[in-house]
Each structure stands twice: as structure tokens, then as C-alpha cells.
Design a protein around this ligand. Structure first.
Ligand SMILES: *Cc1c(COP(=O)(O)O)cnc(C)c1O
Length: 354
């Protein structure tokens, strides 16, 4: 018997963090930026000429690509942009992970990687982090079809040193190594300088976190010209017009205001370092985070219980019911005021729980 269902590409989808919308809620569950985008972005939004919506956007997204190339001191032919880094990463999986050998990524990492691998039928192997949630470079020194990991890693926030990353790349000359730098602007070291030495490196970044534009959907990657040309070939075989007129205009403005960018990421880093001290006082333990979130476990109270208690207060953090991490909370660094409100509740509530 033939059934049309046998021909369906069935997938288990990625589950994004929830997007509640309540007055007065404190939303620390999806690593969004608590501050507005650069003032130039808001100005460009007000001045945007609606007549431009009649026309198709530039399929090469040249204004945005050029602004990024100038900012990162690379050639425009080394930059590829997409609808959030999720789009860029999906295109990169499709383009570069095309082998019968398994691609490698950590067992605890961005939970979209295994979803894309399944969807595109890419074999994969999840490599366990060590007991301190650290990536062990040597574990990636083996035959594989490609390597991908975030730096800092998600949802742990832990940074891998540039020297360790270089060892992973150096030991994998036959495959593409993708470093997903969604959180790199919050204090970790970027792998971009390694591009001069390694043609098989692709560095992916996003406007969603450090540039406060998750709602606009802009991601990009930088690599050598040949890698980028293959990515463009796949993109143009899929959807030529990924970046719309408004996105191109606003994204370009965001890149121009470096002072604002540095000031706001600096403020988040400051709040994070202060929040680490308070969390420790409240009985939480955590590895050092270089991202705009802290991945923490309480010494005595189960994470799920804390998650639910916070939720009842309309304070949203992220909880993953997954092996090895089901006693952790991923808490986005919000404004100092938001964090203070959360800590005030926890200080009282935890007293009754211990
Ligand atoms: C947030 C995130 C992304 C995707 O962000 P976009 O909003 O699609 O740009 C990619 N990788 C990691 C590790 C992330 O945390």
C-alpha cells in the first residue's frame, strides 16, 4: 500500500523559547538585549520611504554586506548575510556538510544543530563536554564531515580559547569548521583573525543579541571568498531575496554606530559580572559565562522548581528538560533593575525552600 505520508519529510522541530507578552513581565528567557537598537536605526525607521516596498530588494544585500566588510576589515566578497544567523547556519549546513562522515558538535550546545542535521539528513555525532562543560579540542581530532560549535558555547556561556579553537581547525584541514559567535561581543575573543591562516573556517554572527535587533532577523558570516561563493550559490538556488528593504536599511545603520554598540555591550557585561556575585550569594553555582546569560544551578533547590516559581511571578528564564542540564537555569542578563527584581524575589522565596 502506498501512502502519501511515506513521502513526507518528517522532522522534529526546534523549540524556540516562549514569547509571552504581559505588562510588567521580566523576560530573561531568550537572550534578547534589554536595550533599544542604536539611535540611527530608530531614525532610519522613521525616515523609511514606503515607496521602496514596491520594489524587490537588492538580492546581494550590498549596502549591508559592505557595511559589515568595512567594520570587520574584510572584503565584501567574504561576507554573507541572512535572515538571522539561523538562516545563515541552515544554509551553511546545506552547503558545507555534504559528506557521508558524521559532523561533530558538542552534546550540550545550541539545540538547532541536531535539528538541521536531521532535516538535511547529515550524519552527526554529539561529542560530550567535560565535567566543567568545556569543549575538549582533542575529541575533534578524528575523521569527520565537518565541525560546528558556538563560542562562547550555548547554553553554558563558556568560552573556548583562541589557541584551542585554532588546534581544532588545524587538525581538521579537510572539512569546514564553523564557529557560531552569537554571543562573542559580550567579552569572548573572536576567531576572525584566524581567517588569514585557514581557508576552511567560517565565522557566524548575529544582530539578535549584541545589536538588539532580534525582531529584525539579521545574521551574517565571514569566511574566505571561495567559501562565501558556494554559500551564495546555495542561497540563490533557494531564495534570492532573503533580506528585505527595511532590514537592509536598518541593519546598515546598526553597524555604523560603534560607540553605542560598545557602550551597550559594556553595560551588559557589567551587569553580568555583578549578577554573578549576587547569584553566588543566593546559593547558585555556575561556570564562568562570557555571554549575555548565566547558566546556573542551585546548591539545594531543583532548577525546575525555581523556574516555575519565577514564572508565577511573570519572571521568565529558560529551563531545558534534557540530560546533564536538567538542573540548570539559563538566565539572560537584563537591565540592572530587572535583575534586582528577580533577585529580590529569589532572596525571599529561597528562604522558605532551604
Ligand atoms: C541566538 C542564537 C542563534 C540564532 O540567532 P538568530 O536570531 O537567528 O540570529 C544562533 N546560534 C546560537 C548559539 C544562538 O544562541
Amino acid at each position: 500500500m502506498n501512502d502519501w505520508r511515506e513521502n513526507v519529510r518528517r522532522v522534529v522541530p526546534y523549540v524556540p523559547g516562549e514569547q509571552p507578552d504581559q505588562a510588567g513581565m521580566i523576560k530573561l528567557n531568550t537572550n534578547e538585549n534589554p536595550y533599544p537598537p542604536a539611535p540611527g536605526v530608530l531614525k532610519a525607521l522613521k525616515q523609511f520611504d514606503p515607496d521602496r516596498l514596491r520594489l524587490y530588494p537588492d538580492p546581494s544585500a550590498a549596502v549591508l554586506v559592505e557595511a559589515l566588510a568595512e567594520y570587520y576589515r574584510v572584503k565584501p566578497s567574504q561576507v554573507f548575510v541572512g535572515v538571522g544567523s539561523d538562516d545563515v547556519l541552515a544554509m551553511a549546513f546545506l552547503t558545507f556538510f555534504n559528506s557521508d562522515r558524521p559532523i561533530l558538535f558538542p552534546d550540550i550546545t545550541y539545540s538547532f544543530y541536531d535539528v538541521w542535521a536531521e532535516e538535511f539528513r547529515i550524519p552527526y555525532r554529539q561529542v560530550p563536554l567535560d565535567e566543567h562543560f568545556q569543549i575538549v579540542p582533542e575529541d575533534y581530532f578524528c575523521e569527520n564531515g565537518g565541525v560546528i560549535f558556538p563560542n562562547p558555547n550555548a547554553p553554558t556561556g563558556k568560552e573556548l580559547s583562541l589557541a584551542a579553537i585554532e588546534r581544532v581547525i588545524r587538525n581538521n584541514p579537510d572539512v569546514v569548521v564553523i564557529v557560531d559567535e552569537a554571543y562573542v561581543d559580550f567579552g569572548a575573543e573572536t576567531s576572525l583573525p584566524l581567517l588569514e591562516k585557514y581557508e576552511n573556517l567560517l565565522v557566524v554572527q548575529t544582530f539578535s543579541k549584541s545589536r538588539a535587533m532580534a525582531g529584525m532577523r539579521i545574521g551574517f558570516c565571514i569566511g574566505n571568498e571561495e567559501l562565501i561563493s558556494y554559500l551564495n550559490d546555495v542561497k540563490y538556488s533557494f531564495n534570492s531575496y532573503t533580506m528585505d528593504q527595511l532590514t537592509l536599511a536598518l541593519g546598515t545603520e546598526a553597524v555604523k554606530d560603534d560607540d553605542y554598540f560598545k557602550k551597550m555591550t559594556g553595560r551588559i557585561i557589567e551587569t553580568r559580572e555583578w549578577a554573578k556575585k549576587v547569584l553566588a550569594q543566593l546559593g547558585f553555582v555556575f561556570e564562568d559565562s562570557k555571554a549575555n546569560f548565566i547558566f546556573a544551578s542551585h546548591r539545594t533547590v531543583p532548577a525546575k522548581k525555581i523556574y516555575q516559581a519565577l514564572r508565577e511571578q511573570h519572571i521568565y528564564v529558560r529551563y531545558f528538560e534534557k540530560p546533564r542540564i536538567d538542573n540548570y537555569l539559563r538566565i539572560t542578563v537584563g537591565t540592572r533593575e530587572q535583575m534586582e527584581k528577580m533577585f529580590e524575589f529569589l532572596r525571599n522565596w529561597l528562604k522558605g525552600e532551604q
